[in-house]
Design a protein around this ligand. Structure first.
Ligand SMILES: [Zn+2]
Length: 160
């Protein structure tokens, strides 16, 4: 079966940012499972997978607007150094998790440390980046009734 809306796709992938250095990949033998057409992977990649069959491999280049979005300068914020534990080894490029008032955990990146304050970036770490995916479709199957109700893939590589 071919990749189409609401089918469950198992995908091996490797992601780099143009220099070949891998920043994310599926574990060997453990492809990512997702439900196609639900926006569960970045739109620029999802669109290129449409119609592929098991065994098909593609190189897909995704511009920021079709990936994790453009980098928003409003995401750069200067906060007091005292918001971090004194022993925290803050340096530019450091990724940390922060909890919002609503309890969501979001990744933030330290951009600059200036004495009593720290410039942090609330953008997604891959915002503004062109994404280079090497993908291989491993399996395409119809979703079960339960998966359709939940809106996501179950089983290895999926939810639960
Ligand atoms: Zn579920």
């Amino acid at each position: 079966m071919k990749v189409s809306k609401d089918c469950v796709v198992s995908l091996e992938y490797r992601l780099h940012l143009g220099d070949g250095k891998v920043v994310d990949e599926s574990e060997p033998g453990q492809p990512l499972a997702y439900m196609h057409g639900r926006g569960q992977i970045v739109p620029g990649l999802e669109g290129q997978l449409e119609g592929l069959s098991p065994g098909d491999a593609r190189k897909v280049v995704v511009v920021p607007a079709q990936g994790y979005g453009e980098h928003d300068p409003r995401g750069l914020q200067e906060v007091p150094r005292s918001m971090f534990p004194p022993e925290a080894p803050l340096h530019p490029g450091l990724s940390i998790s922060a909890q919002t008032a609503e309890g969501d955990v979001i990744p933030i990146t330290v951009r600059e440390v200036k004495g009593d304050s720290v410039v942090v970036d609330l953008n997604h770490p891959l915002a503004g980046k062109t994404l280079h995916f090497d993908v291989t479709v491993r399996e395409v199957r119809a979703a079960t009734t339960e998966e359709l109700e939940h809106g996501h893939a179950h089983g290895p590589g999926g939810a639960h």
